[in-house]
Design a protein around this ligand. Structure first.
Ligand SMILES: [Fe+2]
Ligand SMILES: [Fe+2]
Length: 308
């Protein structure tokens, strides 16, 4: 079977406050996010880089595009609408685009109660198997069987207190993932699992509580049921490839994409997207990245940095 090409981008953090009264921003948790955005993000996250990325992907025609969360900043309806318009700019069929939420997409209890992510991105989270468990962000995981890949979308996004950005999937989702990996439909396919938080945590326990994912070791154990899997994430705003030797001789490729809008002096944080090629015969065959060049205003081919 032919090689299947997947483009992976993450964390566009598209801001849109159109029609949002200032009172709505200052009366709740959003003020923290808004201040954070103004102080640290406003000058670095450039929506036009995301638009240029969509045009690059429109021209290259990969087989599938995956987006691992934080499409918005404050989980507001105008932001979701803008994110949808940006995705549509690529001109891909919704069957060929898969998304999962990040902590910013479930920024408030209202965003979760209103199921805003699920409503806005319904056509990008359809499932070929009836496997979803209940989660505050909606019905996850979903499974999309595509050529040699089984694209599985998991949610680690839940509303948190201000300044806390940690992930939570829950036992029901992790058990569902374990059942999915054992299904006949998965035999011979490479599981490509989308999640916002990485399957490895910061070394500090406090950092793990504040912005990590305490279920990461459990997740690695579940993924070890597959001989080889891809665990795609965002959240760190840094591109990386780590080859994890898991239980029973299993290999987990932790693949992080940086923020799609971030203009940064660190070449590993600079906006860009990752490219993966998988086949039934050889699993993950090739990994590379396309990185924003602020001088030429185009994307250059680059190697994906290996985790040190
Ligand atoms: Fe992010
Ligand atoms: Fe995040």
């Amino acid at each position: 079977m032919a090689t299947y090409r997947i483009a992976h981008l993450s964390d566009p953090h598209l801001l849109d406050l159109t029609g949002v009264p200032t009172s709505q921003l200052v009366l709740n948790k959003r003020i923290t996010g808004f201040a954070n955005l103004k102080l640290k993000r406003g000058s670095h996250h450039k929506p036009r880089v995301v638009e240029a990325m969509m045009d690059d992907l429109a021209a290259r025609r990969v087989d599938h595009v995956v987006i691992t969360g934080d499409l918005t900043n404050l989980a507001l309806d105008p932001e979701f609408a803008r994110a949808r318009a940006v995705i549509e700019r690529m001109g891909y069929s919704p069957d060929d685009v898969s998304v999962v939420p990040g902590n910013h997409d479930l920024y408030t209890g209202g965003a979760a109660r209103g199921q805003r992510f699920v409503k806005h991105f319904a056509k990008y989270i359809t499932s070929d198997l009836d496997v979803a468990a209940a989660h505050p962000s909606g019905p996850f995981p979903y499974v999309r069987l595509r050529g040699p890949a089984a694209i599985i979308g998991l949610s680690t996004a839940v509303p948190r207190l201000p300044l806390v950005a940690s992930g939570w999937a829950g036992d029901a989702q992790l058990a569902a993932l374990e059942r999915i990996l054992a299904r006949d439909e998965l035999a011979g396919r490479v599981p490509v699992v989308l999640m916002h938080h990485p399957v490895t945590n910061p070394t500090s326990a406090l950092a793990t509580v504040m912005r990590g994912w305490r279920e990461a070791p459990t997740m690695r154990r579940v993924l070890s049921k597959a001989r080889e899997s891809l665990a795609l994430h965002g959240h760190l705003h840094h591109r990386v490839h780590e080859v994890i030797a898991a239980e029973g001789g299993s290999t987990i490729h932790r693949l992080g994409a940086t923020s799609a809008s971030l203009v940064h002096h660190n070449p590993h944080a600079m906006a860009g997207y990752n490219l993966y090629e998988v086949s039934r015969e050889r699993g993950l065959e090739r990994v590379s990245a396309r990185v924003w060049n602020a001088s030429s205003e185009a994307f250059d081919e680059a190697a994906l940095p290996q985790h040190a």
